[in-house]
Write a protein of this length. Structure first.
Lengths: 205, 415
């Protein structure tokens, strides 16, 4: 078969078009970056893990992380005196919350909800309950959340009308029975707001 | 409402007393019935709200022991005492209670001081009744299994149906093709010129015909322009995609499914991404948050075993970052989710439907700016904005948008 030059170039063009349009970036490929110097952070980003990072975690794995544990003995600001009092606040020192996990009786006795019960704090408590509790404990505390069907053993708030606030706070913080501790996810202040809402569900009010 | 005449209201009076009598008789009847045989239906209701979470009516262990034959195992008085306050029974040193505690510790059964003796008898009657009628007794378990099966079938069937339809279509198309071919051959034979008379079309070689086609100048210019267009478009598309990772869905070290957790089980985003309403970053959950559920369930799964290994060896799980804004732009989650009340899905797409996390939005500056121009500031119930809104209303009829409060200022994000 004899082709003219034009025919050959036409064929080449068609092939080129096919080749160009056929290429798609794979799902594992983030693509090209222009001037990555501008993209990559100069300082340490949280979660950054890099070969040769000298951090306390370096000897645990191959890479060190930019995340460090707090220095021993330090108290996180949110666990310190938050000075509620006027309106949403209390003057109680929140350091009292360092009650050992196995001493729920102390919490029951000693802890009183420092967050005043108002419409606003109750609404916030409901919001936090929806985010952190509802998928197990259910919308109305019947223990009928979607996860509870799998998890099993989530109690019904129905028979708990006499529960102490400190007990609830302690259970959220340290867990109890099948429930694991949720203290790392919710600040003490928000936990107290949840306590307000849980009490509302328990007493059916 | 108030227009009924005397006769009618007296009739109503009469009927009311009659109803009252019937009700009283019914109550007496019910009472006598209850004193003999417990009300299993009432017990079922209580059972499903209070007991089912930890106990099965069969002998299967859920959290606490299965309740089959409970009435034979223990006498009623003991059971009532136990259900009302298990902790007190254990403390009092009751042999059976302490043995139970030893077997199931550290979990102690919840106490139900609010339940009356009758309530407990009803519940026990329900357990008895559920086991007496095998179909009824097994109903919850079987129902759940059947439900699960149906669900699995439902989730499978669309793809199955799709394949069937595809194959059917293919068969039909092949049949049509065959029929058409037959038609063409028959027709071409019918219209074939008598042998001996040669047409130019028939004798032309393939290359000759190709030459004819390529010789057509109109066609040539069309192809040429098409080529130029495609090349230009591809060049610009390629340039625009530099630094844009839209569609990036890397394989993660653990095959975590947002579709399962956030979609099927509706676990709130905030449950795992704890700082999303409070901090600059939404934060990646630490392994202890996984353990809140997986310390108890699905422990044998090989994917979850990877989390256990990470905890045991104290090595971080190396998740691959999907959404990565360049360092030259500042972005703060709390500002958008908490103050701006923007839904997670607005930027991240329908995460609750993603098996593998994917970057759905382009995260380009144009995309940011576009949203800042359109979005109204969430000023409702936020006293901070009150004066600003009042000021804005004086000068403009448009609602207060992000662009009006500096959402287009360079230094707002680039500093």
């Amino acid at each position: 078969m004899k082709f003219t030059r034009l025919n050959r170039s036409l064929l080449l063009m068609a092939a080129a078009m096919l080749t160009i349009t056929a290429c798609k970036r794979g799902h594992d490929n983030p693509g090209t970056q222009y001037a990555p110097n501008m993209y990559e952070p100069v300082g340490y980003e949280p979660y950054k893990q890099e070969e040769g990072f000298k951090t306390p975690y370096t000897d645990k794995g191959t890479k060190g992380t930019a995340l460090w544990l707090p220095v021993k003995g330090t108290v996180s600001r949110r666990n310190y005196n938050t000075g509620f009092g006027e309106g949403d606040t209390t003057t109680k020192d929140l350091m009292i919350y360092n009650i050992p996990a196995d001493s729920i009786e102390i919490s029951e006795r000693a802890l009183v909800n420092p967050v005043p019960l108002t419409e606003k704090t109750l609404a916030e408590g409901k919001e936090y309950y929806t985010r952190f509790c509802q998928h197990c404990h259910g919308e109305t505390g019947k223990g009928d959340g979607l996860v509870a069907a799998q998890y099993k053993g989530v109690p019904n708030y129905g028979g708990m009308s006499g529960m102490k606030e400190g007990h609830i706070f302690h259970v959220i913080t340290h867990g109890r029975g099948r429930m694991w501790p949720h203290g790392s996810q919710i600040t003490p202040e928000d936990r107290w707001k949840i306590v307000h809402y849980v009490r509302k569900l328990q007493t059916g009010g | 409402m108030h227009t009924d005449f005397i006769g009618f209201s007296s009739l109503k009076m009469y009927s009311r007393t009659a109803i009252n009598r019937v009700v009283i008789v019914l109550i007496i009847l019910l009472g006598s019935y209850r004193s003999q045989a417990q009300d299993a239906a009432k017990g079922k209701e209580l059972y499903s709200t209070l007991c089912q979470q930890c106990h099965a009516v069969t002998d299967e262990k859920v959290i606490g022991p299965g309740l089959k034959g409970i009435n034979q195992r223990r006498d009623e008085a003991w059971l009532i005492k136990w259900i009302k306050n298990p902790q007190a029974m254990i403390s009092s040193g009751d042999a059976y209670a302490t043995a139970l505690y030893a077997k199931y510790q550290p979990v102690v059964m919840q106490s139900f001081p609010d339940l009356s003796d009758d309530d407990i008898k009803n519940i026990l009657a329900h357990v008895e009744a559920a086991n007496a009628a095998p179909a009824g007794g097994d109903a919850p378990g079987v129902g759940a299994q059947a439900g699960g099966g149906a669900q699995a079938a439902a989730s499978e069937s669309p793809s199955g149906l799709f394949t069937v339809v595809l194959v059917a279509l293919l068969v039909v198309m092949l049949l049509v093709l065959g029929v058409l071919l037959v038609l063409v051959t028959i027709l071409s034979k019918a219209v074939a010129p008598a042998p001996g008379v040669e047409t130019t079309e028939q004798t032309k070689s393939f290359s000759q015909r190709l030459k004819d086609i390529t010789g057509n100048s109109a066609l040539r210019s069309i192809v040429l322009w098409l080529f130029v267009f495609v090349v230009i478009k591809q060049t610009f598309d390629g340039l625009y995609s530099v630094g844009v990772s839209q569609g990036y869905a890397p394989k993660q070290p653990i095959a975590f499914s947002h579709k399962l957790h956030a979609g099927q089980y509706q676990v709130n985003c905030n449950y795992c991404h704890t700082a999303v309403y409070k901090g600059k970053l939404a934060t990646i959950p630490s392994a202890n948050i996984c353990m809140n559920c997986h310390g108890e369930i699905k422990r044998e799964s090989p994917e979850i075993q990877k989390i256990y290994k990470a905890i045991e060896t104290d090595t971080p799980i190396e998740w691959v970052r999907v959404h990565n804004l360049p360092d030259l732009a500042y972005f703060n989650h709390a500002q958008h989710t908490n103050v701006g009340q923007v839904q997670c899905q607005t930027c991240h797409g329908e995460v609750e439907k993603m098996e593998v996390m994917e970057q759905r939005s382009s995260l380009t500056m144009g995309w940011c700016i576009d949203c800042h121009r359109k979005t109204e500031v969430a000023t409702k119930d936020n006293a901070y904005y009150d004066k600003l809104v009042a000021l804005h209303k004086k000068g403009s009829k448009e609602p207060l948008r992000v662009a009006n409060i500096g959402g287009l200022e360079c230094s707002k994000c680039h500093f």
